[in-house]
Design a protein around this ligand. Structure first.
Ligand code: SF4
Length: 320
């Protein structure tokens, strides 16, 4: 068949949300592992996935990082990095006891919540923590304060059912990667039930989480469907899917272009694309390239805000 007789590809308009993908905390955490390998040589141990993205983790493994879940598996004398999600205080204490050289890649915005928790407990307040049970960030934040001084609330129903020993002496804090809307609903219940509850100084949900959610909101209504690139254990990525669905747009989370289910695009003329804070831009380009195999694409980026935040590296790596 002459080239000119090939059937035309169907048209597909892509609306690509911005900001999307890597945030300053993820960028910093990855850099810390890379610089630690440069400084100490391989292997460098990393406690937990440095950020929740398999592509990133595999890339660092190839450079010489070894991922472990607990310190017990780190050999004596080996350098170890703590993930961006933060760790309970017992973890650096155990590393110190064993004489391990450790680097803390906890995002500074997570550390900020840790310090607030310490201050509130020191001031005698009981903390209501809004977050997702079992997420490493939640485990890390609970581990900043003595057991029993913080209560986890996940939903509006939890907030309604909460019993406080001293209702006039409570404060709340939140995980950094929550749904802005869901959290506002939980906070509204807490404020109604505990009028004197102390709110965090500034927003605990981080700039990257709220910016990515706002960017999805800005395009969702114009899209027939949306794809979010991210890992199934990435809280902020899962929230992006929820935001799109709540706007009435079918949305799916995929880790790589290879996972794309073509049937999901049946009847789709406008497709929204975004990526969670731990997903590199390369994976967005990979997805666009795969879509281009079957569709005649027009691509438009819709930017709702420009991010300029960057975090400093730990002092010991600055000159590396
Ligand atoms: Fe830090 Fe927010 Fe990025 Fe998490 S999502 S690493 S809290 S900037």
């Amino acid at each position: 068949m002459p080239v000119t007789d090939l059937p035309a590809k169907p048209a597909l308009e892509l609306l690509i949300a911005a900001p999307r993908g890597f945030c300053a905390g993820v960028d910093r955490a990855i850099r810390i592992v890379e610089l630690a390998i440069e400084k100490h040589g391989a292997p460098v141990y990393v406690r937990h996935e440095i950020v929740h993205n398999k592509f990133v983790v595999d890339g660092l493994k190839a450079q010489g990082a070894v991922f472990v879940e607990e310190l017990d598996t780190v050999p004596d004398g080996a350098p170890v990095v703590f993930s961006a999600h933060g760790v309970p205080k017992s973890v650096p204490a155990a590393a110190q006891d064993r004489g391990l050289a450790y680097l803390d890649a906890t995002c500074p915005l997570v550390s900020k919540v840790h310090r607030q928790a310490e201050r509130l407990v020191a001031a005698g307040r009981h903390i209501v923590f809004i977050g997702h049970a079992g997420h490493p960030e939640v485990i890390g934040t609970f581990g900043q304060v003595p057991a029993g001084s913080m209560t986890l609330v996940e939903t509006v129903a939890d907030a309604e059912a909460l019993v406080a020993a001293d209702p006039d002496n409570v404060a709340f804090l939140t995980q950094t990667t929550l749904s802005v809307d869901d959290t506002a609903a939980v906070v509204a219940v807490l404020l109604r039930r505990f009028p004197s509850i102390q709110a965090p100084k500034g927003e605990d949900i981080c700039y990257a989480t709220s910016n990515r959610q706002a960017a999805v909101k800005a395009i969702a209504a114009r899209c027939d469907a949306m794809l979010v690139i991210g890992a199934p254990n990435s809280s902020n990525s899962l929230r992006l899917v929820e935001v799109a669905v709540r706007e009435g747009t079918p949305a799916r989370l995929i880790q790589r272009a290879a996972e794309l289910d073509w049937a999901f695009l049946d009847g789709v003329a406008v497709l929204g694309i975004t990526a969670g804070a731990s997903a590199p831009e390369l994976l967005v380009r990979e997805l666009v390239a795969r879509l281009g195999e079957r569709f005649d694409l027009t691509e438009r980026e819709v930017e709702t805000t420009r991010e300029t935040i960057a975090f400093k590296l730990p002092r010991e790596l600055e000159a590396a």
